[in-house]
Design a protein around this ligand. Structure first.
Ligand SMILES: Cc1cc2nc3c(=O)[nH]c(=O)nc-3n(C[C@H](O)[C@H](O)[C@H](O)COP(=O)(O)OP(=O)(O)OC[C@H]3O[C@@H](n4cnc5c(N)ncnc54)[C@H](O)[C@@H]3O)c2cc1C
Length: 400
């Protein structure tokens, strides 16, 4: 096997985490090979498709450093406030339970809602602009590793070596499986139904998290598009069988189910774009590193989307790794064992804590047990009266 080309880092998976990592590392001069089994341009859905990410402040720094923020083709919508309510099935949100206002902790918004297709377009643009990134897509690769380097063989293509391989190939990572790193999965028996709504009244940058026994119902403020000046994303979680039925409902019935959970504060609504359904589970890898290998993003962890943190955790993995590599100085070996150990120490405990927090939140709120409901409502009311505790929650949500 001829392995002529030498890269600093080979990244398997050009999703938002692998794509952002490639751009961030290449910006500091490293030679990067990026492999994805899918062709990237078709991932840019030409039409508005209603899927969105909540990007916390901490993650924005990475997107800035990777040159992706300025490439976003549609303006991100700042989240200025979050209303947390709970309720009974099919009822609109109860009167105010908790209200987080960004101005209580500074001038920055909590985060931004960005369209998923906007991030994809930005990543594709950057990947094609940066000369020290070599893209193999659509392509699959087999990876072998020894103490000095990893060898990546593109199936029916070239082979090359790299000092580090990053598995950013998502939840069912083959690179992780081949390295023999075990994973633990926690099924939620819930699915999330996603769509977008246009509405009569402006959202003023406010998000809603409405807790229902089947799972949370979230409304996330989005920036206007030419066809609709008031727009929000909906993430509607429920038991898997109910979510499957919701996905199949006739448009007018689906509209009714969304409207009665949302309440009247946004006026009349109209469903726009498609409906998407995702089965939910949490997952964590037993370790994030192996010889010349690091796991990042969903290849390393998956959390319940209740707090919109999934991608943020992956982007923070990238930020931690790029910061550690910079701190190691120019010419540092990105696959050096001590550096990989520092990466795991920086990220695995933090991600496990978020997994536990989102899991607890889901169990606490997705129940109709009257005792738990009472304790929870008293807890919400107590937090509402404790400005310092509220501010702490807000800083965590902002990723600071
Ligand atoms: C309903 C729902 C709502 C969510 N909402 C939010 C939110 O509001 N905010 C948030 O931060 N996160 C959210 N998330 C989580 C977020 O979508 C994921 O955390 C994020 O997509 C992970 O990115 P990734 O790049 O690690 O993996 P992926 O997006 O899964 O990308 C993996 C890439 O690897 C490629 N690949 C796979 N296998 C191979 C292989 N063998 N060889 C080569 N390439 C391969 C794939 O083609 C893909 O491009 C949500 C998730 C769900 C399910």
């Amino acid at each position: 096997m001829k392995t002529a080309t030498v890269y600093d880092v080979a990244i398997i998976g050009a999703g938002p985490v692998g794509g952002a990592l490639a751009c961030a590392l290449a910006a500091s001069g490293l030679r990067i090979a990026l492999v994805d089994k899918a062709a990237l341009p078709p991932m840019e859905h030409p039409d508005f498709d209603g899927r969105a990410y909540a990007i916390a402040n901490g993650s924005k720094r990475l997107l800035d450093e990777a040159g992706l923020w300025d490439e976003l083709p549609f303006v991100p919508c700042p989240i200025l406030g979050i209303r947390v309510t709970d309720g009974k099935p099919g009822r609109p949100p109860s009167p105010l339970k908790l209200h987080f206002d960004h101005s209580a902790v500074g001038n920055e918004p909590f985060g931004w809602i960005i369209e998923a297709r906007a991030l994809r377009i930005a990543i594709n643009r950057r990947l094609n602009e940066i000369p020290n990134i070599t893209l193999f897509a659509p392509a699959e690769a087999s990876v072998s590793r020894n103490t000095d380097a990893a060898t990546v063989q593109i199936i029916n293509g070239p082979a090359f070596t790299a000092k580090l391989v990053v598995a950013a190939d998502g939840r069912n990572s083959q690179v992780r499986a081949k390295a023999g790193i075990p994973v633990t999965r926690i099924p939620y028996h819930q699915s999330a139904v996603l769509c977008a709504i246009a509405h009569e009244k402006p959202h003023h940058g406010l998000a809603l998290e409405h807790f229902l026994p089947g799972g949370p119902f979230a409304q996330l403020p989005m920036s206007p598009i030419p066809e609709h000046k008031n727009l929000s994303a909906i993430v509607f979680t429920d038991k898997a069988a109910i979510a499957a039925r919701l996905h199949e409902l006739q448009p007018e019935r689906f509209h009714y189910e969304i409207a009665r959970r949302l309440g009247s504060q946004l006026g009349k609504i109209e469903i726009v774009g498609k409906r998407w359904t995702y089965p939910l589970s949490a997952m964590y890898a037993a370790r994030y590193t192996d010889m010349r290998l690091a796991l990042m993003g969903d290849a390393a962890h998956g959390v319940h989307p209740i707090a919109g943190q999934g991608l943020n955790l992956g982007l923070r993995d990238v930020l931690a790794f790029t910061d550690l590599l910079k701190a190691a100085g120019p010419g540092a070996d990105p696959g050096e064992p001590a550096l990989l150990a520092r990466y795991q120490a920086a990220r695995r405990p933090a991600n496990m804590a978020m997994l536990a927090a989102t899991d607890t939140l889901d169990r606490l709120f997705s129940t109709n047990n009257p005792a738990i409901r009472l304790a929870r409502d008293l807890g919400l009311a107590a937090v509402e009266r404790m400005p310092r505790l509220k501010a702490r929650f807000m800083r965590v949500a902002m990723g600071s």
